[in-house]
Design a protein around this ligand. Structure first.
Ligand code: TYM
Length: 382
């Protein structure tokens, strides 16, 4: 866990303003540098906004994934969601990236819905709630455009039968002092939580190829455990690329949180709610009055609307530069900047709503309720 006086990042909470350079050092990961980006661009014949803007900023062994693409070995993708409630626009970042890799490299994708984790973590949360949200979240994930022939979405409490044999072998190699150190578990932590890390590791073994995991940096502690164990079981150490958090609407500190509605835009928010939330809550880097703003300009580094546009919502690099310059110089006011973001988000959500409706039909193709091993899922019981 990364803890210091100013910020802390764990798989469950983020506090303070995250210093991502420091986090790379603390977690022992590598920066996603220009050299890797250029190699990826060459191999994919394109570039993605989330990579260009450094929203994905760090990695483990991503260079080896690129090697495996070059040498024809290929790789597979794995990511997930803890279904604790509605998804917000921060949650989709790893999924958008995963889908892009799938499309570019025709790779298989495994998506774990950890209904067990969320039930175990939150005392007040029922298993029925967790299962209901698994279905709702799966619709949002499918709406992002995954290929049904190459994607398997599964829910832990349903798929456990297939994972359990390997999960107990893995669990036997993880002792309490390790998970205590890695996750900060306490004496009061229930034993379900203590076992759970084994289940988040298992999908990295679904194929005997290298597994690439796009996820925010908060999930990295699981991959550290995986990488210590994998080769002992005859699998590859997992590769990961890590994204930054979309900051909460209310300010640059912490992460957007689904349980605090004023910090987040949910995928289910309609156009009026989006407008209201951004107008009311979006933390501004502007000056107190129009006169002062015109004179001194705004600070886009602190302005949450600008950060959201830059991290994800405005794909056009020239447009981001223009907005940044005009805001910094005072030519663009906070209200105008917010208006740009509102339109971008509402355009995105309008398309998303339609795709989500279609997902109600196609969900069966992704085997959300699949009890069967997938056709390409061929190694786990060997
Ligand atoms: P969960 O449901 O907390 O989060 C889902 C994914 O979203 C990322 N994330 C964010 N990304 C950008 N901005 C934010 N504000 C933000 N908040 C969360 C998370 O890092 C995650 O990638 N234990 C996991 C579920 C899981 C998983 C996985 C995730 C199981 N297997 C493999 C990633 C990869 C969880 O509860 O995620």
């Amino acid at each position: 866990m990364a803890k210091d006086d100013k910020f802390s990042v764990t798989p469950w909470t983020v506090t303070g303003k995250v210093d991502y350079d420091k986090l790379i050092k603390k977690f022992g990961t590598q920066p996603l540098d220009d050299n890797l980006k250029r190699r990826l661009e060459k191999l994919s014949n394109g570039s993605h906004v989330l990579i260009r803007r450094n929203t994905f900023f760090s990695h483990r062994d991503f260079d080896k994934v690129l090697d495996d693409i070059e040498n024809g070995m290929g790789f597979f993708l794995y990511t997930g969601r803890g279904p604790s409630g509605p998804m917000h626009i921060g949650h989709i970042i790893p999924f958008v990236m995963t889908k892009w890799f799938q499309e570019k490299f025709k790779a298989n994708v495994y998506i774990e819905l950890t209904d067990d984790e969320k039930f175990l973590y939150d005392e007040k949360f029922s298993l029925d709630d967790s299962r209901k949200w698994s279905y709702e979240n799966a619709l949002d994930i499918i709406a992002l455009g995954f290929d049904p022939d190459r994607t398997f979405i599964f829910q832990d409490t349903e798929y456990i039968k297939n994972m359990y044999p390997l999960a107990i072998k893995v669990a036997k190699k993880i002792n309490y002092s390790l998970v205590k150190a890695v996750f900060g578990f306490k004496n009061e932590t229930n034993v379900g939580m203590i076992f759970y890390p084994a289940l988040q590791v298992i999908p990295t073994f679904f194929e005997r190829k290298r597994c690439l995991i796009p996820a925010a940096i908060d999930q990295d502690p699981y991959w550290r455990i995986q990488r210590d164990l994998a080769e002992g079981f005859g699998y590859f150490k997992a590769s990961a690329i890590h994204n930054k958090f979309l900051p909460p609407l209310t300010g640059p500190e912490g992460k957007m949180s689904a349980s605090q509605p004023e910090t987040a835009i949910y995928l289910s928010d309609g156009p009026e709610i989006v407008k209201k939330k951004i107008m009311k809550y979006a933390f501004s880097g502007g000056q107190a009055t129009v006169e002062l703003h015109r004179k001194y300009g705004g600070n886009p580094d602190l302005d949450v609307s600008f950060q959201w546009l830059k991290l994800f919502f405005e794909e056009d690099d020239a447009e981001v530069d223009r907005i940044e310059k005009e805001y910094r110089s005072g030519q663009m006011l906070t209200g105008e900047l917010k208006e740009i973001l509102i339109n971008k988000i509402n355009e995105f959500l309008e398309v998303h709503r339609a795709k989500r409706e279609e997902a109600k039909e196609t969900i069966k193709d992704f085997k959300v309720n699949g009890q069967l091993a997938l056709k390409m899922w061929n190694t786990i019981l060997e």
